[in-house]
Design a protein around this ligand. Structure first.
Ligand SMILES: Cc1cc2nc3c(=O)[nH]c(=O)nc-3n(C[C@H](O)[C@H](O)[C@H](O)COP(=O)(O)OP(=O)(O)OC[C@H]3O[C@@H](n4cnc5c(N)ncnc54)[C@H](O)[C@@H]3O)c2cc1C
Length: 245
């Protein structure tokens, strides 16, 4: 089935770090989007060498209850067609995207607790999922592990810390793989955090989002511990490249 085309205007732009930007799009036609927490939208963007636009996907970082405006979280990729287009948008600009798409959304897994693992901007679908779960009166336990590089890459910390403080069933840990001196939080790769803290997968549903290295490593760690549902949203392949964990 063809995806719906949405017209929107850029409502708000916030630079969250040196290379991460949050943009809020207000839908103009149609005025609302109905999606499942975790799904993405896609933009057809100009490409410097292809003689046609390139399609790039971006997960919705806001909850489904918010139908007239969606939040996207963007990593700056210098020279990248998607990144160049989206970072070029100014407040008030018109844009268009298609969607919603993807099967990376919360599944009915009985009474299992949830483990979310993200690297970098891979936090976006989990922000939507957590908001949605809490809106829906979620009472099981959910743990969010987030891997970033160093202090200059931190954002949304207060927001997730507040969620964890307000809801005893939500746990949130950010780990920095290359912290600068002065960091008193968790250190190391997010994969190590999973290996050290997750003793059993018997009652767990696992959701992974980010680079292929983290997804592969965490999946095999979980599989070694037993059988549990593992859902994966691989954004890009980092074979041979630096992983943002
Ligand atoms: C389902 C899905 C959802 C996605 N959601 C988001 C999102 O919410 N926010 C977002 O920033 N990106 C997201 N991405 C990645 C996005 O679609 C583009 O791949 C990214 O913006 C780079 O595109 P580009 O054209 O700018 O650069 P390209 O030239 O296509 O990519 C250059 C290289 O950048 C690296 N890269 C791609 N994405 C990232 C990233 N997020 N962080 C660090 N390095 C990266 C890869 O190594 C890639 O080969 C998603 C991808 C998928 C498949």
């Amino acid at each position: 089935m063809a995806l719906q085309l949405y017209h929107a205007r850029v409502d708000q732009i916030r630079n969250l770090t040196h290379d991460v930007r949050e943009i809020v799009l207000r839908l103009t036609d149609p005025a609302e989007i109905h999606f499942k927490a975790g799904q993405f939208v896609s933009f057809d963007v100009p490409h410097p060498t292809l003689n046609r636009p390139a399609t790039r996907a971006y997960s919705i970082a806001s909850p489904p209850v918010q139908k007239g405006r969606i939040t996207l979280l963007l990593n700056l990729i210098p020279g990248g067609p998607g990144s160049t287009y989206l970072f070029g948008l100014q407040e008030g600009d018109a844009t268009q995207f298609k969607g919603p798409a993807g099967s990376f959304y919360l599944k009915e897994d009985g009474q299992r607790d949830l483990l979310f693992v993200a690297t970098g901007t891979g936090i976006a679908p989990f922000r939507s999922m957590l908001d949605h779960l809490l809106e829906s009166g979620f009472s099981r336990s959910a743990t969010l592990y987030w891997g970033l590089r160093s202090q200059k890459d931190l954002y949304y910390q207060k927001e997730f810390e507040a969620l964890a403080a307000q809801h005893r069933n939500i746990r949130f840990i950010t780990t920095l793989s290359r912290p600068e001196p002065g960091w008193t939080g968790t250190t190391g790769r997010v994969t190590t955090l999973v290996a050290e803290r997750i003793a059993s997968v018997a009652n767990l549903s696992v959701y992974l989002c980010g680079n292929s290295g983290m997804i592969g490593e965490v999946s095999s760690l979980m599989t070694q511990k037993g059988l549990c549902p593992i859902r994966k949203e691989k954004w890009y392949d980092d074979a041979g490249g630096a992983a943002p964990d």
